[in-house]
Every structure is written in structure tokens, then in C-alpha cells.
Design a protein around this ligand. Structure first.
Ligand SMILES: O=C(O)CCC(=O)C(=O)O
Ligand SMILES: [Fe+2]
Length: 605
């Protein structure tokens, strides 16, 4: 819960202090560093406030003194100044006080507490706009994947549970603006609408309450006025939010929901939320700023009618607005074309059926049928290893063909702690692609590092365990990969094997994956196998194992898999990839090809 709250807070930090390029958004391990930065800024702000208060008090006392002197002098300045004390006091004020106050104000202006360099803040780099964009895209990914309602998220509610304080109008605006810039127009529109509604709530609060925040807001005495629905011109009311088609799995009634949310003033929770709102009551953003983005988002999301309505609102507030005037005709034409388009009935571009299945498996909408699960068993196994006669392995079959299995309680807390601390300094943004063409890609948002078994001898016990469990040799295996995903972090569907057959005989290929979950994830973060309709939940201490190749050493395309986005918490895993090399006597090839089953899945992307 605390982390989610902190992510919201980080939005504020990112934007207020306009920070530089890095990949903080790719994992929780990077974000934790920023908590220290936030702490630093908090202390700096406190210092700054104290300094400003001192100046404020001195200004006030000097002003009082001058005012009372002038009152005494009774407009007869010459007479007043004939008294030596009065003359002295005035000269003192001008010579000493004024210049001292001048100096104090300049000192404050020069404090520059928010311009610290990365090294003073003990960071390798500063976060940037890019991080903010990445974090916003993470939000979008989660909303689309798990069908999360924007209104709920804005209220800090996740799957029916309150996880954090409500998001302020400013946070909703920044999120909406970033989503707009990233091309996520429909979600951008929703967040910008949220921002507008929240700003209205704030404006409608009675002045006294805004100035003196009460301990507990008394809802009964502070009925709100109605929100946007009443404000919209009648001609738009009926179908403004209809016919909304866009490439997303979100429902079509989202705008209506948003508008309805605006009416939820009766919801007492909402009022209480306002009190623990994430940036108090100062809005930081104006309606005009929101309205410069909202119509463009709505238009790009395919809703020119709503775009025109909100653009008119912008022009009402600011008749000369550059964007308002510049886009007016565009939206009006859009509305006309929209009428024609309806006749033509242009279909929306759907996401590929494979991607859709991936989403459905991650969110649990599609699962193995009871018939498919009928033959799966949980068993104690020894693999004929004497050690396991004493304490057998706890195996849970997850799929028979291809074989995918869970082994529970196979990595221990002390090992996990050492693994995580060993990668602390080397963990960095994950790439995709082989060694020769590796690159950063939105398909994989995480950080990772590698541990060399020869260098970290505490891993010997894990090597032995892996060999005992899989029956394969680790001689040719890769280093241990350790990865961490933050909120919204994911690894889109992929195969673990290399595509190139040249690599097969030169360096070997990834015959088997052993994936350890080394922490528990509050929500999301399963390992999904869309072709198998299987989502493996991350369980601390458990390991999931699957063969990427048929016995005939043909690639098994059914192993197409993914790390689903993390919805709440952080996800740590370790991957060990065994090589096809050197397994001749451990997993002998069959006499016949056995890959027919996987061929239909070859082009799944
Ligand atoms: O995070 C996961 O669950 C899957 C990770 C994965 O597939 C990989 O690292 O290759
Ligand atoms: Fe993988």
C-alpha cells in the first residue's frame, strides 16, 4: 500500500522538479532510491519555509513600525522629524533594515534548494520526463490489461479496495497529459476529465473550508453543486459518448462513468478522500490548462463531438486561446465527418487475437478448463536423489504437454537475501534481443542483472538443486539472471529460445527455463502461457520449470509466455536457462520428431 502511495507522490516530485533521463520507472529497486530524494526535498522545503517566515515577520514588523510612526507624525513630517529620535529611527530603517531585508530576500531567491545534482542526492542519474512518460504508460498498461476503472484509480481504489489517498486534479492532469503525448488518447481523455471534475470539486468547496482544512469534513452541511453533466449544452447530451471505438479492451461506457463519477458527491468516502488528498488543496493546475489537452485527446480518441464541447468551454474561459481557436474548425469538421463515418461504419482496428488472449490469461478471464486440469497432480517427488528421500520435493503439475511444473519451497530466505543484495549495484534496465542486437523496448519493463556461479559460491547449493530437479547438467547453463519489475512492469509474450538456428549448434540454445519467484507480489505479475491458457502466480520460494524444446530438439512454440504487469507490489525473479549443449545423456533425443503439436503456434505474436 505504501509503495503505491509513493508512486503517486513521485508523480508530483517528477513534475515539480523537472528531473533528467534515466529508467527509474522500470523497477521498484530504482524507485526506492527516489524516496531518499523526496526526503531530502522535504527537509529542504522545511528550511526554506522557516527562512521565508523569518523574512515575512521582519517585513511585517518593519511595516508596523513605519505605519505607526507615520500615524504619529500626523501628516506633519517636518515637525515629526525635528525630534532627533524620530530622525534617527528613520535613517536606521532606511540604512540598516531595508538593506538587510533586501539581502534576506536575495538570499532566499538564491537558496536554490531544488537544484541539487544527482551526486549530492546519491543517485547515478536524475529521473526525467522519460521516466514520467514510462510511469504513465505503466498506468495505461495496467488499466487496459486488468480493466481498471479510471474513476476508481483516481480515488485510490484498486479492485474494490482503497490502497492510497485520492489523486489530486494536478496528478490526474499530469497523467492525462503524458498519456496524450504517448498516444494513449482514450485513457488520456478519461484522466483529463477526472482532473476537470476534481478541480470543480475544489472550486465548489466553500471558501472557509478551503482556507481552514477541517479535521473531518461534515458532508451534510456542504452539499455540492452538480458537475459537468448539467453544464453540457443539451444538443450534446444524448449521444456524445456513444460510438466510441478504439483499439483497447476497455468498455465503451467509460465516459459516462466519468461523468457519473462527477455526480458522486453524495459518496461520503469521496469527501473523506479529499481530506487526505495527495497534494492538499492547492490545485497547481487551471481549467484552461486541462482544457488545452482534453479536446485534443477526445478528438484523437475518435470523439469529435465531445472534443468540440470541451473546446467551446476552453474558449468561454479564454476566448483568445491559441489551441482553442486553432482547433475549432478541426473539431467542427470532425463532427460533420463523424456523421458520414457512421454511414460508412468504419470498424475499429482490433488488437491481435493473440495479444487479446494474453490479456485474458493475465487477468484470469481465460483459464484452463476442468477437463484440461483433470490429469494434473500435486506430488512429492525424489527424482531418485537420496537427499530427497528425506525431504521430497513438492511438485505441482501445471501442464502436461508441454510439461510445465511448479516446485514449491526450493529457494530459501537466506539465499534470496544474498541474491538480492548481490545485484544491488549492478541491476540495470532490461533489454531484449540477443547479445549482438540487444535493445531497450517497451515490451520489457524491468531491471535485471546476472550472477556468475563461479564468482558467487553461495549459489553452489542452488546449482545442485537445479540439477537434481531437472536432471540436466548446469555445466553449460547461463549465469543466473535476477530481475525486478515495478508497478506496471511486465515482459510481453516471447519465447525464451533464440530464433537463429546458427546459434543452436554454435553456442547452444535454451532447452529449459527454471524461474524462481523470490518474493510475493500483492496483485498481478503472473507468468502467462497464452497458448496453454495458463497463468502461474508468483509465490515466494517456488520455481516454475518448462522445456522450450521438444525431445527432437525442435522448438516448442507452445511455450510462448510473458510476465504479466505488476498491479501492486514489486516482483523479483531469478531465471536459469539450461543449454541444449551437453544434455545428450541427460535428455536423449527421441527416435522420431515430436513437434507436430507445436507447429500451429509457430507464428503466434
Ligand atoms: O516475469 C516472468 O514471469 C517471466 C519472465 C520471463 O519470461 C523471462 O525473463 O524470460
Ligand atoms: Fe521468458
Amino acid at each position: 500500500m505504501r509503495l503505491l502511495k509513493n508512486i503517486f507522490n513521485l508523480f508530483v516530485i517528477f513534475t515539480i522538479f523537472g528531473i533528467a533521463y534515466c529508467d527509474f520507472y522500470t523497477s521498484i529497486s530504482g524507485l526506492e532510491e527516489l524516496l531518499a530524494v523526496e526526503d531530502h526535498y522535504m527537509k529542504a522545503m522545511e528550511k526554506h519555509l522557516v527562512a521565508m517566515e523569518t523574512v515575512h515577520n521582519q517585513f511585517k514588523s518593519l511595516l508596523n513600525e513605519i505605519e505607526s510612526e507615520h500615524a504619529q507624525d500626523n501628516h506633519n513630517s517636518t515637525q515629526h522629524l525635528e525630534y532627533p529620535v524620530n530622525a534617527f529611527k528613520m535613517i536606521r530603517r532606511v540604512v540598516v533594515d531595508m538593506s538587510q531585508l533586501n539581502k534576506l530576500t536575495t538570499d532566499i531567491a538564491n537558496l536554490r534548494v531544488f537544484n541539487e545534482s544527482a551526486s549530492t542526492l546519491k543517485l547515478s542519474t536524475m529521473p526525467t520526463d522519460n521516466d514520467l512518460r514510462g510511469a504513465s504508460m505503466g498506468f495505461a498498461r495496467l488499466q487496459k490489461m486488468y480493466k481498471l476503472d479510471t474513476g476508481d484509480m483516481a480515488r485510490g481504489v484498486l479492485i474494490g479496495q482503497k490502497y492510497s489517498s485520492a489523486m489530486s486534479a494536478y496528478n490526474c492532469y499530469i497523467l492525462g497529459k503524458n498519456l496524450y503525448e504517448a498516444g494513449e488518447f482514450k485513457l488520456a481523455s478519461e484522466w483529463l476529465l477526472e482532473a476537470l471534475v476534481k478541480l470543480e470539486e475544489l472550486e465548489n468547496l466553500p471558501r472557509d473550508d478551503v482556507e481552514n482544512l477541517p479535521d473531518k469534513f461534515d458532508f451534510e452541511e456542504n452539499e455540492m453543486e452538480d458537475g459537468y453533466v448539467e453544464d453540457l449544452p443539451e444538443e450534446y447530451d444524448d449521444d456524445m459518448f456513444d460510438d466510441f471505438q478504439i483499439n483497447t479492451t476497455l468498455g465503451d461506457d467509460d465516459y459516462e462513468d466519468i461523468i457519473e463519477n462527477a455526480e458522486e458527491y453524495e459518496d461520503e468516502d469521496l469527501w473523506n478522500n479529499k481530506l487526505d488528498n495527495d497534494n492538499g488543496i492547492y490545485p497547481y493546475v487551471t481549467k484552461e490548462q486541462i482544457l488545452e489537452y482534453l479536446p485534443a485527446s477526445l478528438y484523437s480518441a475518435g470523439n469529435p463531438k465531445a472534443a468540440a464541447v470541451f473546446n467551446d468551454k476552453l474558449l468561454q474561459l479564454d476566448p483568445k486561446n491559441f489551441y482553442g481557436l486553432g482547433n475549432k474548425d478541426l473539431y467542427a469538421n470532425g463532427v460533420r465527418n463523424e456523421r458520414r463515418k457512421r454511414v460508412l461504419d468504419k470498424p475499429a482496428t482490433p488488437i491481435s487475437k493473440y495479444q487479446l488472449l494474453y490479456h485474458q490469461v493475465c487477468s484470469g478471464e481465460v483459464q484452463q478448463t476442468p477437463r484440461e486440469q483433470r490429469h494434473l497432480r500435486c506430488r512429492y517427488v525424489t527424482n531418485n536423489v537420496p537427499f530427497y528421500f528425506l525431504g521430497p520435493l513438492k511438485m505441482e503439475e501445471l501442464n502436461t504437454d508441454p510439461f510445465v511444473a511448479f516446485y514449491h519451497q526450493v529457494i530459501y530466505d537466506n539465499e534470496i537475501d544474498r541474491i538480492i543484495s548481490s545485484v544491488e549495484d549492478s541491476i540495470e534496465r532490461s533489454k531484449v534481443g540477443g547479445n549482438t542486437h540487444s535493445r531497450y523496448d517497451e515490451i520489457r519493463i524491468s531491471k535485471n542483472s546476472w550472477l556468475d556461479f563461479k564468482e558467487h559460491r553461495f549459489l553452489d547449493a542452488i546449482t545442485q538443486r537445479l540439477e537434481d530437479i531437472t536432471g540436466l547438467t548446469m555445466e553449460t547453463g547461463e549465469q543466473l539472471q535476477v530481475a525486478n519489475y515495478g508497478i506496471g512492469g511486465h515482459y510481453g509474450p516471447h519465447h525464451d529460445f533464440h530464433a537463429s538456428t546458427v546459434e543452436d549448434w554454435k553456442t547452444g540454445n535454451r532447452i529449459l527455463t527454471a524461474l524462481f519467484y523470490i518474493n510475493d507480489v500483492e496483485l498481478g505479475g503472473s507468468t502467462a502461457f497464452p497458448a496453454l491458457r495458463l497463468a502461474v502466480p508468483p509465490i515466494k520460494g517456488s520455481m516454475v520449470v518448462w522445456h522450450n524444446f521438444h525431445k527432437s530438439l525442435d522448438r516448442d512454440y507452445r511455450t510462448w509466455h510473458a510476465g504479466c504487469p505488476v498491479l501492486h507490489g514489486s516482483k523479483w525473479i531469478c531465471n536459469e536457462w539450461f543449454s541444449t549443449k551437453g544434455q545428450e545423456f541427460h535428455r536423449p533425443c527421441g527416435l522420431q520428431r515430436d513437434n507436430e503439436g507445436s507447429l500451429p503456434y509457430k507464428n503466434w505474436y
